[in-house]
Ligand binder design. Structure first.
Ligand code: APR
Length: 234
């Protein structure tokens, strides 16, 4: 099979990993694993209760070790055989990578990594192990989770905008599109090109004529959508 020169960008959110067993943020009770999101995912929370945050992210990291990519993650990785695929994810899990996706841009950081409080760019991969509050890097700087919290800049957004502006097809999957700047990325996508929005709970169509809503889950819809795209463009 030949590889199409079409560029596909996938914007994924928490719903992408729901069928792997990782809870979304805003679905059922508005709580993230029993916590108000602002209590565990804001820069103020890090400043006020760093031990609690360290423990919270330790638990998320250890949970990550127990889950697997689902059929949706695998379908996107397969799609790389036929298209140029760029994943832009708001998720901090590593399930896209574990399924085999090669170009993954994490807008909100990565659970497996720590960084110095002074620098966004250098990270340390600690795998699925627990971190201890107070641990330092070789330069003696305090380490913190490599997570972009509410109240912080999103350094990867410029790169994400470039990718979206240049895309031929956009797949939006498992995101409530409530959190900016990630949600604003859709505005940069060329208006004449198709958008597929996969979400089992969404009702409105976001008033975009080029948008097709697929009211289904990531694991059910992505394999079918991938098959359709391959048939249409290859
Ligand atoms: N397949 C696809 N979509 C699903 C599934 C599924 N199996 N299950 C739920 N969804 C949808 C929900 O209907 C909802 O619209 O996924 C969306 C999840 O939305 P949120 O929980 O708000 O997650 P997300 O959009 O990724 O949140 C953005 O907010 O808390 C911050 O930094 C955090 O990255 C996160 C950001």
């Amino acid at each position: 099979m030949t590889k199409s020169d079409k560029k596909i960008v996938v914007l994924s959110g928490a719903g992408m990993s729901a069928e792997s067993g990782i809870k979304t943020f805003r679905d059922a009770d508005g709580l993230w694993e029993g916590h108000d999101v602002m209590e565990v995912a804001s820069i103020q929370a890090w400043q006020n209760t760093p031990e609690l945050l360290t423990e919270f992210y330790n638990q998320r990291r250890m949970q990550l070790a127990t889950v697997l990519p689902n059929a949706g993650h695998h379908a996107l990785a397969e799609l790389q055989r036929c298209f140029n695929v760029q994943i832009i994810t708001q998720n901090v899990d590593d399930l896209h990578e574990r399924a085999g996706s090669q170009n993954v841009l994490h807008l909100h950081g990565e659970l497996r990594k720590m960084r110095s409080v002074n620098s966004q760019s250098e990270t340390i991969d600690i795998g699925y192990t627990a971190s201890v509050y107070g641990a330092k890097n070789e330069a003696g700087e305090l380490l913190r989770p490599y997570i972009v919290w509410f109240g912080e800049d999103v350094p990867m957004i410029e790169k994400a905008i470039e990718k979206i502006e240049d895309a031929d097809i956009l797949i939006v999957v498992g995101t409530s599109l409530e959190v900016y700047p990630a949600a604003g990325l859709l505005h940069y996508f060329p208006i004449e090109n198709p958008i597929f929005l996969i979400d089992p709970n969404r009702h409105e169509d976001l008033s975009k004529s080029n948008l097709r809503l697929i009211k289904s889950t990531a694991a059910e819809a992505l394999p079918k959508l991938a098959e359709m795209l391959v048939e249409k463009y290859n």
